[in-house]
Ligand binder design. Structure first.
Ligand code: ATP
Ligand code: MG
Length: 565
């Protein structure tokens, strides 16, 4: 491709909305353009990279024995009504009506549709296992689209669904997908962790998320350097504590704590550590009010609490409900005398002489002890913290942030039972198929690669998915010798299937170098003063060193680097 003919609208200014590096570079380097909140057009350079990400995903799915198909994005409401997700998705689902007033949606994910498709076509155990996938556009009306295509309202997902005869067979399909996902992320050169994830919400029996390590990640992960344990922080379990404090239990006292609403205010007012306090948080779980207690310095983990309660909706109660439950303003809830269900964390159960709210405005109780003063259910409901013991080996836990690029999930028979997606086994019995679902975000993957591979000048594409492998930069396009070499190299490389840009613009070398760096082409060939001696400069985007080489050697070096991938 000749640069002068490319549709490559780069931007000089950083668009104000771009908060993270990948978003900024994707806009500046002419990868994509914003159309509306969370909606983007991919421009030629971006589309080339996107297609390569897709292709890697496709190759690894095919290698794992999955078969590609393509379903519509426009889907009839009935399937989602049948599964209950017409309601569950709520405002995140884009809904529309056809001319006959029938309800449709733009598919946010396709479990229902795949299940129905297989149901009508597969009867015998002999046809199983089946793994089907598609690479297709999904629609979700996210509350807060942000970070460009990291969280957009229209995005491309590879979604796969496996159908097996039993749990054991599902384990095999699941493992194949796990391996395929690792290979995809390895080929993209990403630094990532595979973490245990919460499967509560979808009622399955196991799930893993694939997290690209990044400061800007929305998820937090806990991992152990010693044994390799890794889990989403929503899931990572905290050690069960036995009563360890040997302190003598002191008599409870009520203390006047005027206008003290937070743990830090209380710690200052009473001059004691937050570890001595237990906070009591009031939640609305479906329609019931419940109280949850964690130590003052800890964070309550809503996912764990939700799983303990087995509820579908969990939200912090409003001031009025708190008033009803505690007879006090927000900030003074405590376990004693509370008439609602209370769940306490292990550390609260193990603590001695704790400070808690008195269920009376402007008052707290000191020296409160579980067992003596109140009794509750005890569960692990706090969020693990840096340095806590690893639930597997006991060594210190490290925390990191991650971008969830993929999610694999053992669904079990949830959808097959709902849709009667059954098969006939050897003895003629009808059984529900055991399913798994596997999603990976194509645009989010691409943005994650940029997030991990950029510098102050722009993108640094890995060769695997670079829109072009090489950019040839003749420093002076009016010099005949220079241009002869440039065209010659260009032709030879194109013949060898290397994807090349020839920067034929009559611009200053500095301008061209900056553009090449901005768009992140892995190899730059500078053709300048030494052209007369048949020498060119080979400059990798990811290094500051350029080497001078005879033309043929430069071509060979390019071929070896591009073909190695
Ligand atoms: P998140 O927690 O980030 O909202 P999710 O749990 O809703 O993700 P899944 O339903 O498991 O995501 O979708 C599978 C994959 O699709 C995700 O791992 C992610 O890569 C991608 N994905 C999901 N939502 C979006 C989005 N709004 N924009 C871009 N990619 C997305
Ligand atoms: Mg989501």
């Amino acid at each position: 491709m000749y640069f002068s003919q490319m549709f490559l609208p780069t931007l000089r200014e950083v668009p104000a909305e771009a908060e993270i590096m990948s978003h900024k570079w994707m806009l500046r380097a002419g990868i994509m353009r914003k159309l509306a909140s969370g909606i983007y057009s991919f421009l030629p350079l971006g589309l080339r990279a996107l297609r390569k990400v897709e292709q890697i995903v496709r190759e690894e799915m095919d290698r794992a024995g999955a078969q590609e198909l393509l379903m519509s994005a426009l889907l009839p409401a009935e399937s989602y009504r049948e599964s209950g997700r017409w309601e569950v998705f709520g405002p995140e689902m884009f809904r529309l009506k056809d001319r006959n007033n029938r309800d449709f949606c733009l598919g946010p994910t396709h479990e229902e549709i795949f299940t129905e498709t297989v149901k009508n076509s597969v009867r015998s155990y002999r046809s199983l296992p089946i793994i089907l996938y598609q690479i297709q556009t999904k629609y979700r009306d996210e509350i807060r689209p942000r970070f460009g295509v990291m969280r957009s309202r229209e995005f491309i997902m590879k979604d796969a669904y496996s159908f097996d005869r039993d749990e054991e067979a599902l384990d095999i399909s699941y493992k194949k997908m796990d391996e395929a996902y690792r290979r995809i992320l390895d080929r993209l050169g990403l630094d990532y962790k595979v973490v245990e994830a919460d499967s509560g919400a979808m009622g399955g029996s196991g799930s893993q998320e694939f997290m690209v390590i990044s400061e800007i990640g929305e998820d937090e992960i806990a991992y152990c350097k010693a044994c390799g344990y890794a889990a989403n922080i929503e899931m990572a379990s905290c050690p069960k504590l036995e009563h360890t404090a040997t302190e003598e239990e002191l008599p409870t006292e009520k203390i006047f704590t005027p206008n003290i609403h937070t743990i830090s205010e209380l710690a200052e007012f009473l001059d004691c550590a937050p570890t001595k306090m237990a906070k009591t948080l009031i939640f609305k779980a479906d329609d019931e009010l419940v109280a949850a207690m964690v130590r003052g310095d800890r964070e309550l983990n809503e996912v764990k609490l939700k799983n303990v309660l087995g509820c579908t909706e969990l939200e912090i109660a409003d001031a009025e409900s708190v008033g009803t439950a505690t007879n006090a303003e927000v900030g003074f809830a405590g376990p004693i005398g509370l008439k609602i269900r209370i769940i306490a964390d292990y550390e609260v159960a193990a603590g001695k002489n704790l400070i808690v709210g008195a269920n009376e405005t402007d008052h707290h109780l000191i020296n409160v002890n579980m067992g003596r003063d109140f009794d509750t259910e005890v569960h692990d409901i706090r969020t693990i913290a840096e340095g806590d013991s690893c639930p597997r080996c006991g060594q210190a836990i490290t925390l990191a942030r991650g971008i969830e690029v993929g999610h694999i999930f053992k669904l079990g028979t949830k959808y097959s039972e709902q849709f009667k997606c059954n098969y006939i086994d050897e003895s003629g019995d009808e059984r529900p198929m055991v399913m798994g679902c596997y999603g990976i975000g194509i645009n989010r993957l691409m943005a994650s690669v940029i997030e991990q591979n950029n510098d102050e000048k722009g993108i640094i594409w890995p060769v695997e998915i670079a829109p072009y492998h090489v950019i040839i930069v003749p420093v002076n396009v009016l010099d005949e010798t220079v241009m002869n070499i440039a065209h010659n190299m260009y032709e030879k490389l194109v013949e060898s299937n290397v994807e090349v840009i020839l920067d034929d613009r009559n611009e200053r070398a500095g301008v061209k170098f900056n553009d090449a760096d901005l768009i992140g082409i892995p190899i730059r060939i500078n053709i300048g003063r030494k052209a007369a001696e048949g020498l060119v400069e080979f400059k990798p985007r990811n290094s500051s060193e350029a080497v001078t080489l005879p033309v043929d050697e430069a071509i060979e070096k390019i071929l070896s680097q591009v073909k190695n991938h």
